[in-house]
Structure formats: structure tokens, C-alpha cells
Ligand binder design. Structure first.
Ligand code: BES
Ligand code: ZN
Ligand code: ZN
Length: 471
């Protein structure tokens, strides 16, 4: 079960065969520059093809066979341009013919742009269909000359693993299965893994224990480590709430509906980790995942309970639906204990971040303004937007509690900010820290990005880390 979630069958071919169909990539400028008097220009004129990004125009020979496909792309190429192209091709050509053929790219794109083209094409083939009987046939692409296959596949495999983990229903993706996924990844890349459960969890990570003990599926802290101890220490922390009922502050049905995705932060951490390890980035990578189910039972933590934390700060849990920050708090404390070069956490933490930025733009917070600015600039560059929100110290007093050191909820509508400020209490001020509050879900769906579990910031983070550690 878990093995196949972390396997990404890609649509690339190493040889083309004699029935290969060339796909000529054209932006609007290149369309105008087409030589006149050819079969292509006649078809362009007849159909009014404008090379709008993602659209295709098949060219037929005089026996009616498709011999070439013109495909529109933006300049610079959009990440989902070739996803739309591949998707249009799969709808225009019968599955049996798709099986027999390989498509080849005719393009002058190179470097990052060519990787973007290949990744876009590959993402069109993504489908979460483990519970379905019918299978889809993807359009296969010949690896274009000069493309860095390793980088394309590292990103593709990371994204597929991330989406599969989020899409898997909570009955098949509990703390056990999330641990299995981390173990499998550790095995694949020869990383070390340790898991803290039971009594040691209760004493060492009281908040993770308090949240997770409501469920018969035991809470735990997953700790994966990889790479050379001499390299800079990079620690990723991912919220691994396998299902968030809200706890005793039970969510209404419509809000609970999506909550299998509440381990989306941990899926991002694992997706990024997969890419980093595949690319052999010179870092000592650590991935920390507090894996719990926020459930309802006689052992549930209650509104206004008080718990100690790993850090020693006592926390009043005024709302049991604000559980993500609790489990992250103990994991972030552990992360900072070894004074890493960077701590980056990913979490589906607040509805408030969605109210501010919508589904597609995760909010970024940092105790170092330049880090947040650099990350969002990188994010825009790779068309995977992230936007900074302020870690506004003025709202910190909202987290005051009458009877404990800290309350787990604020009082104003700035919920994403007060959640980030809550986390900041558990960060060493000298440790550079980035917090990403994300959605991890695609609401509408488009080619290359079907409705369901989605990467929201993974590509941005991988590029940011490459830029930080490869130079
Ligand atoms: N997992 C949710 C946040 C969430 C909800 C993310 C919907 C994406 C979509 C989180 O645990 C939560 O319930 N947060 C509450 C906190 C509140 C009770 C202070 C929220 O944001 O409403
Ligand atoms: Zn919640
Ligand atoms: Zn949650």
C-alpha cells in the first residue's frame, strides 16, 4: 500500500520509435514567425490557431493521420502549459494509439525552461486512482536532448508522493501509515529514522501526546536524519494531523470534510525531503513529523486543560481545534535544540491564512524578514507563489492565559498571525526559522493539478534550498 504511494510512474521514454509525433512548441511570437506556404501555416490560417498557452493544433497528412502537433506556450513557459498540451493530446488521440506512440518536443527551450516543460508534461499524467478500476493512458514524451533528467524526476517524484499521501483517505493514512511512508523513504535514501511513542512521548513531548491520545491510533514523533553531519543542518518540520475532527471543539461537517489533508504539511516535508535526497543537496537533513489523529473520545484533551510542553512553557488549550500549533510546538522545540542552520515548518495550520490569501498562496512567516522575502521571490520565479505575512509582535498579548504561560488561541481575526506567534514561543531566537501556513489542496482542478491533494509551495521550497545550499 505505502510503497505504491511513494512510486511515481513517469511518462518519459528513452527512445522514440518510428511512429513518433513531433510537438512543435510555439509562443505567440514564434507563431507569427512561421514560414508561410506550408501545411502548418495553412492549418493555422484555417483554424485561427493563436498558440494560446496549452492549446494544440494537430496537423494531418493526406491520408488523415496526425503527423505533427503545434502547441501553444507562454513566454516564459508556464508550469502547467505542457500539462494542458499533454492533456489535450490524451483527449484527441485514442488510448490504443497513445500506447503505440511517443511524442517528441521541437523547441529551443533549454535549462530551467526545458525542465519546466518536462515537469508540466509529466504532471498531466498524475491521477490518484488506487481505489478505481479503470486506468488512464498517459501521453509519453521522449526525453528532450540536454534536459537534466535527475532534476525533473526528483521534483516529479516528490510532488507525486506528496499528493498521494494527502489524497489517501484517513482510514488508510493514520500515524502508522505516515510512519511507514517515512520509513520507506529513509530506506530508499539510506537515512536513519527514530520514532518516539508511548511513555517517552508523554514525558518528552507532552503536547503531541495530549493531542494524539484521544485516538486508538497512537501519537508519535517521527525523526528522520540523512546526510553528512559536517554539512549545514537543515530541519523540516511537518504538521502530521492525519485527521482533524476538531477534537471536543468538533468541526461542523462541511469543515471536517476536507480534514484528511491535515497531514499536508508533513506530506510537503516528505516531498521536499525526497527531492533534496534525490538531488544529494549538501545538507544534513532532518525531518520531524508529529503524527497524530485529533479525535474525540474519553481521553480527548479538553477546552481549558493545561499541559506542559517540551520547552517547559505551560499551555492552556482553550480550543481543541487549534491542535496543529500544539504538536508543532514540541517538534519545533526539539528542532532548535541542536541549533540548526535553518528550521522550516509546513502546516495546514489556519483557516485564517486562506481568508487572507486564498487556496493557492501559502502564507510565509519568519523571524528573519530577509528569509521570507527571499523565499517569496524564489517562489514567484518558479510559479509556485508564497506570500509573507507579518509576525506582528503587537498581537502577542492575545496569547496570554489567566492560569498558564500561554493560551493556544488568540482573540482577534488575525488567526494566521497569532498561530505563527504561538509557534515563535518555541523557537530559539538565534535559529533562522520559516513557517509556511498552507492549504495543500486543489479546489477546482486543471490539467497537471487535479482536484484533491496538491503541492502548495513544495517547488518553491526546493528551489530556495537549492539556491541556499548549492552556492
Ligand atoms: N486544520 C485546521 C486548519 C485548516 C482549516 C486549514 C481549514 C485549512 C482549511 C486547524 O487545525 C484549525 O482547525 N485551525 C483553527 C484554529 C482556531 C480554532 C483558532 C482555524 O484556523 O479555524
Ligand atoms: Zn484543528
Ligand atoms: Zn488541524
Amino acid at each position: 500500500m505505502i510503497e505504491k504511494l511513494l512510486t511515481a510512474p513517469h511518462p518519459f521514454a528513452n527512445t522514440a520509435g518510428k511512429d513518433a509525433v513531433p510537438v512543435l512548441l510555439l509562443d505567440s511570437k514564434a507563431l507569427k514567425a512561421q514560414k508561410t506556404g506550408t501545411m502548418e501555416t495553412a492549418r493555422i490560417k484555417d483554424t485561427g490557431f493563436t498558440a494560446r498557452p496549452g492549446t494544440i493544433l494537430p496537423i494531418y497528412n493526406n491520408r488523415g493521420h496526425i503527423v505533427k502537433i503545434l502547441a501553444g506556450i507562454a513566454s516564459p513557459i508556464g508550469i502547467y502549459d505542457l500539462a494542458s498540451v499533454a492533456d489535450a493530446i490524451t483527449r484527441a488521440i485514442a488510448p490504443a494509439n497513445l500506447k503505440a506512440r511517443v511524442f517528441t518536443l521541437e523547441t529551443e527551450l533549454k535549462g530551467d525552461a526545458l525542465e519546466t516543460a518536462c515537469l508540466g508534461w509529466a504532471l498531466a499524467s498524475y491521477r490518484y486512482d488506487f481505489y478505481k478500476k479503470d486506468a488512464a493512458t498517459p501521453a509519453r514524451l521522449l526525453w528532450p536532448k540536454g534536459v537534466d533528467k535527475k532534476r525533473v524526476l526528483a521534483m516529479f517524484e516528490g510532488i507525486v508522493a506528496l499528493r498521494n499521501l494527502v489524497n489517501t483517505p484517513a482510514n488508510d493514512m493514520g500515524p502508522d501509515e505516515l510512519e511507514d511512508a517515512a520509513r520507506l523513504l529513509a530506506k530508499r535514501f539510506e537515512a536513519k529514522i527514530a520514532v518516539v511513542k508511548g511513555k517517552p512521548l508523554e514525558s518528552g513531548f507532552p503536547l503531541i501526546h495530549a493531542v494524539g491520545i484521544s485516538s486508538p491510533r497512537a501519537p508519535r514523533l517521527i525523526d528522520l536524519q540523512w546526510g553528512n553531519a559536517k554539512h549545514p543542518k537543515l530541519t523540516l518540520v511537518g504538521k502530521g494531523v492525519c485527521f482533524d475532527t476538531g477534537g471536543l471543539n468538533l468541526k461542523p461537517g462541511a469543515f471536517m470534510l476536507q480534514m484528511k489533508k491535515d497531514m499536508g504539511g508533513s506530506a510537503h516535508a516528505l516531498g521536499v525531503a525526497l527531492a533534496i535526497m534525490a538531488l544529494k543537496l549538501p545538507v544534513r537533513l532532518r525531518v520531524l513529523i508529529p503524527a497524530v489523529e485529533n479525535s474525540v473520545s474519553g481521553t480527548s484533551f479538553r477546552p481549558r486543560d493545561v499541559y506542559n510542553s517540551r520547552k517547559g512553557l505551560t499551555v492552556e488549550t482553550s480550543d481543541t481545534d487549534a491542535e496543529g500549533r500544539l504538536v508543532l510546538a514540541d517538534a519545533l522545540t526539539l528542532a532548535c535544540e541542536e541549533k540548526p542552520d535553518l528550521v522550516l515548518d509546513c502546516a495546514t495550520l489556519t483557516g485564517s491564512a486562506r481568508a487572507a490569501l486564498g487556496y493557492d498562496i501559502p502564507a510565509v512567516f519568519s523571524n528573519n524578514e530577509k528569509l521570507a522575502q527571499d523565499l517569496s521571490a524564489t517562489a514567484l520565479g518558479v510559479q509556485d507563489p508564497l506570500w509573507p505575512l507579518p509576525l506582528w509582535q503587537g498581537y502577542k498579548k492575545e496569547l496570554a492565559s489567566d492560569i498558564a504561560d500561554l493560551n493556544n488561541i488568540g482573540t482577534s481575526p488575525a488567526g494566521a498571525i497569532t498561530a505563527a506567534l504561538f509557534l515563535e514561543h518555541f523557537i530559539e531566537p538565534s535559529t533562522p526559522w520559516v513557517h509556511i501556513d498552507m492549504y495543500a489542496w486543489e479546489q477546482t482542478g486543471k490539467p497537471g493539478r487535479p482536484r484533491g491533494g496538491a503541492d502548495t509551495g513544495m517547488r518553491a521550497v526546493v528551489k530556495f534550498l537549492e539556491d541556499r545550499y548549492l552556492k
